[in-house]
Design a protein. Structure first.
Length: 237
């Protein structure tokens, strides 16, 4: 139960770091970040709204968003796909504007081509650290898996599981090719001796998504004993 002191602290933080997100009814994150159990409980109970950034973190995230050139990239997702992820086979709108204008192409057709281009190609998946996360404990790494398709659907689940295993454990199937001795993602901390990586993921409901135009999954990774399962997955209630 939040105390009066918690309310005062929240008010002060919001004053110091003003932002446009309404955190009413959502308790501030723990000082040391959310624990593994808190994250898994939020997933199991379908209460993901209880996980949120600090006021400072939300302020910094919105400041970053405000720096995006909206004349070139019409939304945050488009900027992420073209500039940050730099997915291959994608045409950056910044490279096409002059060409489009010279050929008198309408704004609506240009926008449609940008929106639909990456949906027509083979799935692209990119795992990146979340640079504007809600805080988690130091034993946890918090990633975002960006993709050109919804990887949570059953038809893509095998592809998703294979990809995450390659990132966090490596290729353990001799029949699939050479053994990969370490994770493929350079941002993943290697497991401590005698341990391995365990991960859990979720997709935010639409009302909690700050990037709605690019599919993405929130992925959390920690070290566990070798006897533990690699992945923990909960179907939503």
């Amino acid at each position: 139960m939040p105390s009066a002191n918690d309310s005062t602290t929240t008010t002060v933080a919001t004053t110091l770091y003003p932002h446009h997100t309404d955190f009413t009814g959502r308790d501030p994150p723990p000082t040391d970040g959310y624990s593994w159990d808190q994250i898994t409980n939020a997933i199991k109970s379908n209460s993901l709204h209880g996980l949120r950034r600090t006021d400072k973190g939300q302020y910094e995230y919105e400041q970053w968003q405000d720096k995006i050139d909206r004349q070139t990239y019409k939304n945050v997702g488009e900027y992420i796909a073209f500039v940050i992820l730099q997915w291959p086979n994608l045409q950056d709108p910044a490279d096409t504007i002059e060409h489009v204008n010279n050929n008198n192409t309408t704004e609506s057709s240009r926008s449609k081509s940008k929106e639909e281009r990456y949906k027509m190609i083979e799935p692209r998946l990119t795992l990146r650290l979340n640079h504007y996360p809600f805080p988690v404990q130091q034993s946890i790494q918090y990633f975002v898996l960006w993709s050109t398709r919804d990887m949570s659907v059953l038809s893509e689940r095998t592809r998703l599981e294979t990809y995450l295993q390659l990132q966090f454990i490596g290729n353990q199937d001799p029949l699939a090719g050479p053994i990969v001795e370490k994770a493929l993602s350079p941002e993943v901390y290697p497991p401590a001796e005698g341990n391995k990586k365990q991960w859990i993921w979720f997709i935010n409901p639409i009302e909690l998504r700050s990037v709605a135009t690019v599919h993405h999954i929130h992925v959390f990774v920690r070290d566990v004993d070798l006897s533990e399962p690699n992945e923990i997955f909960f179907e939503r209630p």
